[in-house]
Design a protein around this ligand. Sequence first.
Ligand SMILES: C[S@@+](CC[C@H](N)C(=O)[O-])C[C@H]1O[C@@H](n2cnc3c(N)ncnc32)[C@H](O)[C@@H]1O
Length: 307
Amino acid sequence: MKSTKNKAKPFLKWVGGKTQLLDQLESRLPQKVRKTGVIERYIEPFVGGGALFFYLKSKYKIKKAYLIDTNEDLILTYKVIKKEPKSLIKVLKGIETRYLKKNESERAKYYYRIRDRYNRQKDKINYRKLDKLWMKQAAYLLFLNKTCFNGLFRQNRQGKFNVPHGRYKNPKICNEDNLIKVNIALKDTQVIYGDFSKCRKYAKPKTLIYFDPPYRPINITSNFTSYTRNGFCDKEQIRLAKLSKELSEKEVYVLLSNSDPTNGSNQDNFFHKIYNNFQIKRVFANRMVNCNGDKRGRIKELLIANY
Ligand SMILES: C[S@@+](CC[C@H](N)C(=O)[O-])C[C@H]1O[C@@H](n2cnc3c(N)ncnc32)[C@H](O)[C@@H]1O
């Protein structure tokens, strides 16, 4: 197995990031992968900050990977790091220097100015074609991620980033060394904007797919299941379960994580119902337990696999 030294780490702090569950996820990898240390084809359709992808990349040989997400600016940032890391580092370093020179109130003003530009620029960007605006947008996203309150990257329903300024003494905004490692980790990796169902196109027998969808809220009531803050309602969870079954028939290895409904109600066996025939294991994680992200607790989560 490859050494974990000097390898890329996630370049963003992302809501629902899986850093805490890495050991448990690793122990649920297919036997063959653990034995040989090789993953022929890896797909992560809700990639976010990509905690598992970067971890696996540092320990296993992944021959070909596909990373998918519906967040346009997130995918744009992955693509910029993949194609133009040096120009991105230059823009981001400029922002970092300007920000760190300022006093606290000036930093806040600067933050809100960049946040405003980031939100306004969205309407001007051609997301299909890499140009100068991409570079700026990626740099703004990284800057906002490192300096916003709690590092919570949250958008409102209009898709606007609305998190207030956080107070960090000396935030590391441009981690040049890691960005270069991420660029190397993204070699042989295709980054794709779109819905999770796009993975169908890339999945072959023995492909490993890791699904980490937005979590089903705990304490859900039956008349609340059609709406969630993150837009991923029970209908979407069911659509994903159906796709997982379809992929099982194609002999794809499917691994999935989600919240455990029994955190809220002992009777709630939603995932056991929609993933019948799958292996379901309970694990523990420390997570935000309310929507403001200011209260943490130890809660149960589920690892679901078809092998
Ligand atoms: C729980 S987060 C994933 C966190 C990730 N595993 C990490 O380590 O940072 C869920 C991600 O799914 C994305 N998403 C939401 N709906 C989606 C959909 N229909 N298809 C693909 N991605 C989606 C969100 O943009 C978000 O980045």
